[in-house]
Design a protein. Sequence first.
Length: 436
Amino acid sequence: MKKLLYLLLFITSFAFSQQTKFQKIDSLLTFLNTNNKFMGSIALSENNKIVFAKTYGFADVESDKKLDVNTKLKIGSITKTFTSTIIMQLIDEKKLTLDTKLSKFYPNIKNADKITIHHLLHHRTGIPDFLNDDPTIADFIYIENKKEDLLKRIEGYTSAFEPNSQHKYSNSNYNLLGYIIEDITGKSYVDNLNSRIIKKLGLKNTALAEKIDVSKNEGYSFSFDGKVWEKIPEWNNTLAFAAGAISSTPSDLTTFLYGLFNDKLVSKEALKQMKTMEDYYGKGLVIAPFDGKKYYGHTGGIESFRAVAMYNVEDKFGISLLVNGDNFNRNDIMIGVLSLYYGKEYSFPDLNGFAVSKEKLQSYTGTYATPTFPMKITITEENGKLLAQATGQSSFPLVAKSETEFVFDTAGIKLIFSDKKMTLKQAGMEYVFDKE
């Protein structure tokens, strides 16, 4: 029996080694999709030619509408690269400079006379983020956000720091850049996007849609509750605007980045400016290293969409991954795909986690609270797995890393259980909850 088992393992290993790199990438993404860890689409481009493009899962789970390579998904903050590109085009056209003051357009914003276009592009303004710093944001996510209303909110913010003294990511900066594009050109942001990028490059599936429409081959986003994929309510796109409202496909995104880095959209000097990093952020671009190679691009997240689009200048290689079923760390997926593409040693992730007895799991169930965190967290056990649910939020599954430590990699959450206590760690923060 052991000899037979070894033989089967050898055959499986040998068969995998004979697969092409694209077959291996497909195997990895199929493995994640089959195990309810991922839904979405991917494209790889070599010298502006798509060499691999495939989708996994559904555009709409309720109607069994599957994704295809032309299904548009929201790209979140990758929108900022489009916005930055249009701004740099206006600078190339001498209609704007990097030193132009915000006060020329919106003098009522705090420190507007000290904030420049350069500062806005690099997130060095001190303007608070309307999405993450405004405690009233829940009142605006699902309603129309007119330009004058969002401007009024931004004008009411107190500056977080002196302009250009530090970097702090703020969606407010890029919505303001979108408004400035409209002010200078006398045309809408959408018209500029269409004429300056989409038509120039022949992008077929990129748009700033008002509302998801499955009949137009647009997909929703989903999170996995431990049993099924749950559709996430759609935000009103007027909120994300020039900071995060574009929908696209991986193939279009690789075409966009190729065009940007190969003199089809901006001047060489403008591109050089975009690639110049200050505190790890350029003008609508970030750098992601992999195995000694440097990739330029951006990531994005909105609702449960997760996105990444990157381009390596030397290899003229582009990669874009759009996730609409979010139940696994996006960065880990990218590492797996790139490892297989470049022929690096790589093993599929262990999705089972550490084995914990049902009795031990049930001892952790209950509701936990702390005065330093605004929500209570309820822990339940189902079919040998723990689920966590914060007040008013959807539940999410936990994977055991040890008998006391559990993680939800998608959101970077770690929960550690001890005697009637639970420690939550996320994004460098730590909270100790007491069991009620």
